[in-house]
Ligand binder design. Structure first.
Ligand SMILES: Cc1ncc(C[n+]2csc(CCOP(=O)(O)OP(=O)(O)O)c2C)c(N)n1
Length: 437
């Protein structure tokens, strides 16, 4: 047994190389991009045409141009009064500060990772999809959930995980591919999962969140636990055939899923409008008799209030709701083309205008929330600065934790890449009959 195992031992890096040379899909190959001289890939500096670029397409908005996302720009400040502001302000102050902490932790963690990727300092590599700019969606949703509710995330899900209580040390160690990481260094960014916190995982499969969330929600429905499940998805993922199928079935059976669309106008390097025939994603399912909430996704109060209503609706046994948050990502689809060390945002990308990026960055969801808290006198500068400093400290500590952690042993590859461990792996490799999948 030991000899057989040794014969087949490969470490993660070798596995990726083999898959790449065997012509694995672009999704897998993208995780092979290294931040080194041989393959600058998607990390730092320039934009490689390794992702598709189309500024026009079959959608209903054929005249969409880079820069047009400015037309959807929300106001500079989030409303101090009104239904959403009242709903948020009704939360205990500790919870309001907790939201500020989660938003800052998410932003500071991803920004620190960006600086590490761009500098090349720790030799980081692999796919990394930043959520920077979209934090109000994750934190607004999570503020309305209980800790035992479920979330099914996306490829761009670090912000979801951090808002749901993901462990920064384990997340960072996973990005560093260390054995202390969430997936013991064998998953990387897109497989981070923490079932103890209801986090059913980030996911490299676009559109996978619908059925994962539905499965968890059916379980809750059958057991009568009143838990809900949230399926996060992007504007591009709304074009998956599974989207309508899932939301329709959840409507039929009143399954407690909340479908949360993060409309950031960008579908890799394709403007969302080139493939979306309606103005908003929430128009896709208008015919279904379920609540639809179209909100400013950079306004934490709007996202929170919409989710609170959707949660009440679901817990009352009325089934799913759909929330669309209009937001914007500050960086490239994956990696850090156009990004700079110590500076926010990625400029010079061909599928969007720099002016659009700057305008959307001026609607920073964290700054907007900070002003709201201060103007409503729900927090003071000192308290918020303390939270910012603590978030920074936690990120620095997590990076140090990852640096100090060990690389996985090569033999761990057999344990960590097969669900049933080394026995199943050995049987698979020793099989004599042709493998039919
Ligand atoms: C099933 C599947 N198809 C295609 C891809 C390649 N892919 C990765 S991310 C992405 C775009 C997703 O866009 P969107 O849903 O708008 O999310 P965003 O990246 O904007 O957050 C695509 C097509 C994939 N990972 N999985």
């Amino acid at each position: 047994m030991a000899t057989t195992l040794r014969k087949h031992l490969i470490d993660r890096r070798r596995l990726l190389e083999i898959m790449g040379s065997a012509g694995a899909t672009s999704v897998v190959l993208s995780s092979c991009n290294r931040a080194d001289a041989r393959s600058p890939g998607l990390t730092g500096g320039r934009w490689e045409k390794s992702i598709p670029l189309a500024t026009s397409g079959p959608g209903g908005n054929r005249d969409w141009q880079p820069g047009d996302a400015v037309k959807f720009l929300p106001p500079e400040k989030i409303p101090l009064s009104g239904k959403a502001a009242s709903a948020l302000a009704a939360l205990p102050r500790e919870k309001l500060l907790w939201i500020y902490d989660r938003m800052n932790s998410s932003r500071k963690w991803e920004t620190a990772m960006k600086d590490l990727f761009v500098s090349g300092k720790d030799g980081l590599y692999g796919a990394f999809h930043t959520y920077v700019g979209e934090e109000a969606v994750a934190c607004g949703v999570m503020a309305a959930l209980n800790s035992d509710d479920y979330i099914a995330s996306t490829h761009r899900g670090h912000g979801h995980l951090i808002a749901k209580g993901g462990d920064l040390n384990k997340m960072t160690a996973e990005i560093f591919f260390k054995e202390t990481g969430y997936n013991k260094g064998y998953g990387g960014s897109m497989h981070i999962t923490d079932m103890s916190k209801g986090i059913m995982g980030m996911n490299g499969i676009v559109g996978a969140s619908y059925y994962l969330a539905a499965g968890a929600a059916i379980r809750a429905q059958v057991r009568g636990t009143k838990q809900v499940a949230v399926a996060f998805f992007g504007d591009g993922a709304a074009n998956s055939p599974y989207y309508f199928s899932a939301i329709r079935s959840c409507t039929n059976y009143k399954i407690p899923v909340i479908f949360v669309n993060e409309n950031n106008f960008q579908y890799m390097g394709i403007p969302m409008a080139a493939v979306v025939p309606t103005k908003y994603i929430s128009e896709y399912t208008k015919g279904l008799d379920i609540p639809h909430h179209l909100v400013d996704g950079n306004d934490i109060s709007a996202v929170y209030a919409a989710t609170q209503e959707a949660v009440e609706w679901a817990r009352a046994g009325k089934g799913p709701s759909m929330i669309e948050g209009i937001t914007y990502r500050w960086y490239d689809h994956s990696g850090f083309a156009g990004a700079r060390l110590g500076t926010d945002g990625a400029l010079g990308l061909p599928y969007r205008s720099d002016e659009e990026v700057r305008q959307w960055m001026s609607r920073d969801p964290i700054q907007r929330y900070k002003s709201w808290l201060l103007e409503k006198r729900l927090a003071n500068e000192g308290e918020l600065s303390k939270i910012e400093a603590e978030a920074r400290g936690a990120v620095e500590a997590a990076i140090e934790f990852a640096r100090q952690s060990k690389d996985p042993e090569p033999s761990a590859g057999v344990h960590n890449t097969h669900a049933s461990g080394p026995v199943a792996a050995t049987q698979f490799y020793n099989r004599t009959e042709p493998h039919v999948s």
